[in-house]
Design a protein around this ligand. Structure first.
Ligand code: RUB
Length: 332
């Protein structure tokens, strides 16, 4: 045991905001995590001249952030990028390497989303209607770019119980000048005949092309396939889950039952079980295209890109160098 100080306030508050979903959505979580690691590096460098203590503090910040939500791989990928580039013999150089990596990472995020938006927009034609689920900045980048190209795009927006992230999507699409129709989740099949595309984001993409996204995505995809509506997943490459290359599965977050039913209603109903999985897995056969900043891919070929970017296995730089924790968690 060491007497290491707690993580910085910036890391603690970012971690609390990610856990409570004040900060949410895979890309936004990744960006906030990189900024928090940089803040920890800045603060620790002011407090110690000991390079080992510095490295421990920054790794500890990484672990605190890693432990907040388990499903969006953009979070560990942000930590891989920032902590994996920590180098130097002195605190100053260690600090600069971490801050430089965090800045490069957030710049890349922004660029990747713009590039991906350009690719996704090419799939949308003038007059098309998209059906959305949840709120995805990657998915919205495609619509935004299509609108900038002068295309008239409409949207059918699923509200996305239990947290209603569809309301955020509806607002942002309205701000782009898109005509929006909001529907309850269970109305999706009825309105699929009016849609030209299902357009969703992703929290993680597995090596077999399975898409992990907000609960309800898989039911939407199955219904869309049955109605002949193509399913497009907008996901920049930080959503590729390198652990799945070696057979690990993606942990599906289970959230508080209070998001599903309030305490009074629960009390009135009596003894029941309530389950609240936040995500599900859409098998690759229900996905037509995964749109990334490196172009669009059929889901079955995403593994090639994953290998190119991550090699055969993924490191875990937030762990102490001698830690031997297994990456496996409860699975979908
Ligand atoms: C958000 C969600 C989004 C993906 C992609 O879930 O499932 O579709 O994270 O978002 P939650 P983005 O609200 O539980 O975080 O494209 O912005 O990364």
């Amino acid at each position: 045991m060491t007497n290491d100080p707690p993580v910085s306030d910036a890391v603690e508050s970012t971690a609390a905001d990610i856990a409570s979903m004040e900060i949410r959505g895979a890309a936004t979580i990744a960006s906030a995590a990189a900024d928090a690691v940089a803040a920890q590096a800045r603060e620790t460098a002011d407090e110690t001249a000991d390079p080992e203590a510095f490295e421990r503090a920054v790794r500890r910040a990484g672990r605190r952030l890693y432990d907040t939500r388990p499903t969006a791989v953009s979070l560990p990928n942000a930590l891989r990028y920032t902590l994996g580039r920590m180098e130097g013999d002195e605190v100053d150089s260690l600090r600069d390497s971490v801050i430089g990596a965090a800045t490069a990472f957030t710049d890349r995020l922004g660029r990747a989303q713009r590039d991906l938006g350009r690719v996704g927009a090419n799939r949308l034609r003038d007059g098309d209607t998209v059906m959305t689920h949840c709120h995805s900045t990657d998915a919205l980048a495609c619509v935004e770019h299509a609108v900038e190209q002068g295309k008239d795009v409409s949207a059918i927006v699923k509200e996305t119980r239990p947290r209603n992230q569809g309301h955020i999507t509806a607002r942002e699409l309205r701000d782009m000048g898109v005509d929006v129709t909001l529907i309850v989740d269970s109305a999706a099949r009825r309105y699929l005949d009016d849609a030209d595309h299902v357009l969703v984001g992703a929290d993680s993409i597995a090596a077999d092309g399975g898409v992990v996204n907000k609960i309800g995505t898989s039911a939407l995809a199955v219904n869309a396939r049955e109605r002949g509506v193509p399913i497009m997943v907008a996901a920049q490459t930080i959503k590729l889950h390198p652990d799945t290359l070696t057979g690990h599965t993606v942990e599906i977050e289970m959230r508080d039952e209070a998001e599903v039913i309030d305490a009074d209603a629960r009390e009135e109903i009596g003894e029941i079980a309530v389950e609240n999985p936040a995500f599900d897995v859409t098998p690759p056969r229900y996905v037509d295209a995964i749109v990334t900043e490196s172009g669009q891919f059929p889901p079955e070929s995403i593994v090639t890109l994953m290998r190119e970017l991550f090699g055969e296995s993924a490191d875990r730089p937030w762990e102490e160098p001698d830690a031997t924790t297994d990456a496996t968690g409860p699975t979908a």
